[in-house]
Design a protein around this ligand. Structure first.
Ligand code: SAM
Length: 843
């Protein structure tokens, strides 16, 4: 490999130019300059940079539509392409909260300053995101932070006042919500290209493993979900966003282009350089894609799990025990047993259908299982061997999970690349997270497949070959498992977020989503569901037989509110319906509900003898019940009633009718929900919809998620716990919208003076351990105002198992802002109950 070529690639890499482009430009320049490197190297390779930029500008550029990063004016360096979107957005005609100047072109700036930015400022690790536009970054002003219209949508103009629904031809059955739009709403502009879809072109939150396109096309938004940007370590989101990094495929793969590496056309210098460049570009590519989890510096034992793939269809998983082998009492365990233990652990820990599956996390679990079984001390085994007891907890072994392709190079890569391997045409290996899931669990690995590299004495290579499994075929290359593409079912359950309608047509109105603040934030992945769904064990019985005559109005007709005598369904609310004929919650009713929230201690509290909440936390020695507010319910007419669906006593069950929008807040609260129309006091906005979990399930799931997963706020359904005696576990329920939920999962917290209040609503069953939780406005809310509710968090409750977030609600009554360190100390000692706490803080 020529050092000049290498240096040129390195120099360009600093600017974030993709190796393929560097290669092409370099090839051209070598031709133009007759292989005279002096011109190419001059001014820090500015000729080369120019050539790449020219290629980008050229209409004939068929290298791919990959853009280069732009200068970060704040940092004096380069920022990732996703950040560029911010500039694009901010430079659009839309109002931007924090307008920033459009940065100069990187090369132009370099020329002015005559200096290449320092390495530390360069976004060399930034992901290269394909961009449809071939404009220079500073000219790309129409994108809106990765939020895209589906390609199938008809033309939408860029007017911020344009109604969301107008752009959606196939949703004409939806209510045409035409409430006023705030002037700073960004309506994402449709893009001209349709075929080659860069990551920002697909609807947001879509990362399909595109096995037919080049790798640039499936790099998603780097900060896929809040967990990545806000939390350290492996987050559940990482499995979605970063697993793509494991995918190395196609012509653009560093080692993937056979003609590049092993092409016979080496007759001239350029082609010789070509080969070198391919190798170099491979290195550059690897470095950009390598994912390394930095081992805990405090850990004395480390190991490595290396995962890599080549476009020729190989994946290598190599588990190196490292210093682990020096650990007293450690031996290499039987791999069959490791797999069994690992599978058991997976079954316990993972909810297979959830969209947040992380392959890397799974691999870490595998490593952990390996260590557990390889450790002689039986107190170091997994859960059933005393995991709960902290004194018996196994020592954490930190495995470095990396996608360094060196591991592949060590094993017959040359053979593979030379075509010596018998790879089937349509063989792929590396896939996105959920697709990878079954592989390590089902591969038949026998102890004989376990080889130790005697040179190092520490590396263990797990070979998967000669499989009987029809999904697998053997390869004339060590240590690789092959899965034929046509035999591997892709998991299409990954959620899509349509910017025009995050509900995907599930609601009567469309709910758009916009990001006017930062292109780095992608909305969380979750499945939109318009109605609550039982997760597993919750006991929810909707049976007509359960509804007695006193709980319905079979004799009614039409609109119950029109009748002079309120029907049986009004009995719950004192013989008076809770709704006005305009469909608003009556003032009196609302006032009482608000008073309960604001002064819970002035209202009736129920203290369980055997609190299911405390029981789920600690079954052996549950703490005393902290008290549950006995709340007022609204009871709506339902199927056993004689009235029509238009009955005034059926508000919540008719679903969302307001014009809502999900948006990225500028105060650092993440995504939020706002109204696009003025709302009178008492308006039903939406229900809190999620999975119905038992509290035990919730705590178990949380205990098993290693603390990195970020739950939205699960809501306890305890409004009527007092009336049912001792609740069984399956009757003590909560709603969790983390993985499955509706738009309410975006409603942020506001202390005390929130403009929404949650009210329990009985619809399908008189069993009050399950009910609907509906949000109504507590005051007049103007169009474009954020909708908030008081989660009931006690920010002083330092004993709470989960730490509350730092509140940025901005309310003058903010409990978090008000607390003094003195009060904190006092309250932590007295553990004051917080009966209003319907939301369980589970961060
Ligand atoms: C139910 S979610 C609300 C939607 C969330 N903002 C998002 O982006 O998905 C609750 C989370 O939002 C954030 N959040 C909500 N209210 C907040 C507030 N007042 N201040 C700061 N963060 C808040 C916290 O991270 C909290 O864990």
């Amino acid at each position: 490999m020529g050092s000049k070529t290498n240096a040129a690639f390195k120099a360009m890499k600093k600017f974030g130019f993709p190796p393929e482009k560097v290669k092409r430009a370099l090839k051209n320049l070598l031709k133009v300059y007759d292989n005279n490197w002096v011109f190419i190297e001059a001014e820090n390779y500015s000729a080369l940079a120019d050539a790449i930029l020219e290629m980008e500008e050229s209409k004939d550029d068929d290298v791919g539509q990959q853009s280069h990063p732009v200068l970060n004016s704040d940092m004096g360096g380069f920022e990732s392409p996703s950040k560029r979107q911010k500039h694009n957005m901010e430079s659009s005609n839309q109002v931007s909260p924090n307008p920033e100047p459009i940065p100069p072109h990187p090369i132009a700036r370099d020329r002015q300053s005559d200096a290449i930015p320092s390495q530390s400022n360069l976004g060399t690790k930034s992901l290269h995101v394909a961009c449809r536009s071939k404009q220079l970054p500073s000219e790309q002003r129409h994108n809106t932070s990765g939020l895209k219209e589906p390609k199938t949508e008809p033309d939408v103009n860029n007017s911020c006042m344009k109604d969301v629904n107008e752009s959606v031809g196939d949703k004409s059955q939806k209510k045409n919500v035409t409430g006023p739009r705030p002037s700073n709403l960004v309506q994402p502009k449709p893009e001209p290209f349709t075929d080659e879809i860069p990551s920002f072109e697909v609807p947001i939150a879509v990362v399909y493993p595109d096995v037919t396109s080049s790798h640039q096309n499936h790099i998603p938004c780097p900060s896929w979900e809040e967990g990545i940007s806000r939390e350290e370590g492996i987050s559940r989101e990482e499995g979605i966003s970063r697993e793509e990094d494991l995918f190395v495929h196609g012509e653009t793969s560093p080692v993937g282009s056979r003609s590049n590496v092993l092409g016979a056309h080496t007759s001239d210098n350029v082609d010789a350089a070509d080969e070198e460049m391919a190798a170099v570009s491979g290195q550059v590519f690897e470095e950009q894609r390598s994912l390394e989890l930095v081992p805990d510096p405090g850990s004395s034992f480390t190991g490595n799990l290396e995962i890599a793939s080549s476009s020729a269809g190989e994946v290598k998983l190599s588990l190196a025990c490292g210093s682990l082998l020096n650990r007293p009492g450690f031996h290499v365990p039987n791999i069959d047993e490791v797999l069994k233990l690992f599978e058991e652990k997976c079954l316990k820990s993972y909810r297979i259908v959830e969209p947040s599956f992380s392959f890397k996390k799974l691999m870490k679990e595998f490593c952990q299982a390996f260590v557990e079984l390889g450790t002689d001390d039986c107190t170091n085994k997994l859960e059933e061997h005393g995991d709960d007891d902290s004194t018996n907890k196994p020592e954490e072994i930190h495995f470095n999970v990396t996608t360094d392709i060196d591991v592949l190079k060590c094993f017959n890569l040359r053979n593979v690349l030379s075509g010596a391997s018998c790879l089937p045409e349509n063989t792929i290996i590396s896939k996105s997270a959920s697709n990878v899931l079954p592989v390590p669990c089902s591969l038949p690995i026998s102890p004989s497949d376990l080889q130790t590299d005697d040179n190092s004495g520490k590396r263990i290579d797990i070979e998967w070959k000669g499989s009987e499994d029809p999904k697998l075929s053997s390869l004339d290359s060590d240590g690789l498992a092959l899965i034929r593409l046509d035999q591997f079912a892709f998991d299409d359950t990954r959620p899509l977020h349509d910017v025009n309608d995050i509900s995907k047509g599930e609601e009567k109105v469309q709910i758009s989503i916009v990001n006017e603040v930062s292109s780095e934030e992608c909305p969380p992945t979750f499945h939109y569901i318009p109605r609550n769904i039982v997760y597993q064990n919750a006991y929810v019985n909707f049976s007509l037989a359960r509804i007695g005559h006193e709980d319905c109005c079979p004799g009614c007709f039409g609109d119950c509110l029109a009748s002079s005598i309120p029907c049986a369904c009004a009995r719950e609310t004192g013989g008076e319906f809770a709704y006005t004929t305009d469909g608003l919650v009556k003032t009196k009713f609302l006032d009482v509900c608000m008073s309960m929230n604001q002064n819970p201690h002035m209202h009736r509290l129920f203290y369980c003898h055997d609190c299911p909440l405390e029981r789920s936390k600690n079954d052996v020695e549950p703490e005393r019940c902290k008290g549950h507010l006995v709340r007022k319910f609204i009871k709506e007419c339902w199927s056993k009633c004689g009235c029509s669906m238009q009955c005034g006593n059926r508000v919540v069950q008719r679903g969302i009718t307001c014009n809502l929008q999900v948006f990225l807040t500028s105060e650092g609260k993440g995504w939020g929900l706002r109204t696009l129309q003025d709302l009178p006091r008492g308006t039903f906005v939406c229900e809190y919809v999620g999975e119905i979990l038992t509290n035990t399930e919730l705590y178990e799931l949380n205990a098993g998620n290693s603390g990195n997963e970020k739950h939205t706020y699960p809501v306890l359904l305890d409004a009527d716990w007092g009336s049912e005696g001792v609740l069984k576990d399956e009757e003590a329920l909560c709603l969790d919208a983390t993985f499955y939920g509706n738009v309410a999962r975006f409603i942020n917290h506001r202390c005390s003076d929130a403009n929404l209040i949650e009210i329990p609503v009985e619809v399908e069953t008189p069993d009050r351990h399950y009910y609907h939780l509906a949000f109504f406005t507590t005051s007049i809310v103007s169009a474009s105002e954020e909708l908030t509710w008081d989660y009931g968090i006690d920010f002083d409750d330092v004993n709470h198992p989960v730490k509350a977030f730092r509140c940025r609600c901005g309310s003058k009554y903010c409990r978090d802002a008000k607390r003094s360190s003195r009060a904190k100390r006092l309250l932590s000692m007295s553990s004051v109950p917080t009966p209003k706490s319907t939301a369980l803080v589970l961060r």
